[in-house]
Write a protein that binds this ligand. Structure first.
Ligand SMILES: [Zn+2]
Length: 313
């Protein structure tokens, strides 16, 4: 059994971690783990912007001149709600990037979801290098990232970079089901782990999502309420109890963990290491937890983060 003291969540965009794994991350934090959320594609673009980027900003209700900085501020508030620490990379979102031929990478609406080869080898190498650096500095016990459900190119790059970066190590990895892309779809991830969490963790997730007004406006522009939709989806995934669906890559080991009941260790401030802009301890005194037995059905348990059995082998 391995104690989880440090969780590293690697998110493509400024909302993905909270939307997809917010309850799980909040549960880890509430139990005393240090939870770091790194958003890779949070770089600020230079003018000119593409028509697609401007349309995206308009859908979010964001001004072109400060869209990313406003989204970063939203993310800081959201991740703080989860009891975690936010950090922001400088890679440009796909809507701001150019293709090797100099044209816009996303030259039409939803081009980022095209089922195309990544064709971003240099970028993938650079991101992989950055992720390796993060893992070295933070020394996490567990890494979470996206499964890239929905096929967004930045999500695929993130997943590939994380898997590239830990090749040959035994570091446990979990992939989260990307939301809201997975809503209405059957579970597509192999070896699914439906992780339940206490109601307080879900409340934190909903409060965190509310910290992203620009993304809520863009993702749910009509009368559909995002929290209602996500809660209904979570209940489907959990068989009646809300759950977030995660999976482990088929070739990765999954250790058994629990939160640090007696740990007083704290990682060094990330800001000082040049990794992120914020460094504060957002955790609380860990409550008593009960370690789940390996092989139990996690959806039937009261807590996700306390301990995971070696599910789904
Ligand atoms: Zn995303």
């Amino acid at each position: 059994m391995t104690t989880v003291r440090r969780v590293l969540a690697i998110s493509p965009h400024l909302d993905d971690a909270a939307l997809s794994a917010g309850a799980t991350l909040a549960d880890f934090a509430a139990q005393g783990a240090d939870v770091e959320v790194v958003t890779l594609f949070a770089g600020t673009p230079r003018e000119p912007l593409s028509a697609i980027a401007r349309a995206f900003h308009a859908a979010c209700g964001l001004p072109d001149s400060s869209a990313v900085s406003l989204r970063v501020a939203e993310d800081c508030a959201a991740i703080d709600e989860l009891g975690a620490r936010p950090h922001h990379g400088t890679f440009l979102d796909a809507v701001y990037r150019r293709a090797p031929d100099g044209g816009w990478l996303c030259h039409h609406d939803r081009a980022m979801f095209d089922d195309q080869p990544l064709d971003q080898d240099d970028l993938l190498i650079e991101i992989s290098h950055q992720v390796r650096h993060l893992v070295t500095i933070l020394n996490p016990d567990l890494v979470l990232t996206c499964a890239a459900v929905g096929g967004h190119i930045d999500h695929r790059l993130t997943r590939a970079a994380v898997l590239n970066s830990v090749t040959g190590s035994s570091l446990p990895i979990l992939l989260w089901e990307d939301l809201p892309y997975a809503v209405g779809r059957p579970p597509s991830a192999v070896l699914p782990l439906p992780l339940t969490a206490p109601p307080t963790a879900w409340e934190r997730k909903w409060r965190a999502i509310a910290c992203y007004p620009s993304q809520v406006r863009m993702l749910w522009p009509t009368e559909i309420d995002g929290v209602t939709q996500l809660l209904a989806h979570a209940k489907i995934r959990g068989g009646g109890r809300p759950a977030e669906l995660l999976s482990r890559p088929a070739h990765r080991p999954l250790a058994v963990w629990r939160s640090p009941q007696s740990s007083t260790a704290r990682p060094p401030p990330l800001g000082a290491a040049g990794v992120g802009p914020r460094a504060h301890w957002g955790g609380r005194l860990p409550p008593p937890t009960t370690c789940l037995l390996p092989g139990r059905n996690l959806a039937d348990q009261g807590s996700s983060a306390a301990c995971l059995g070696e599910q789904g082998r």
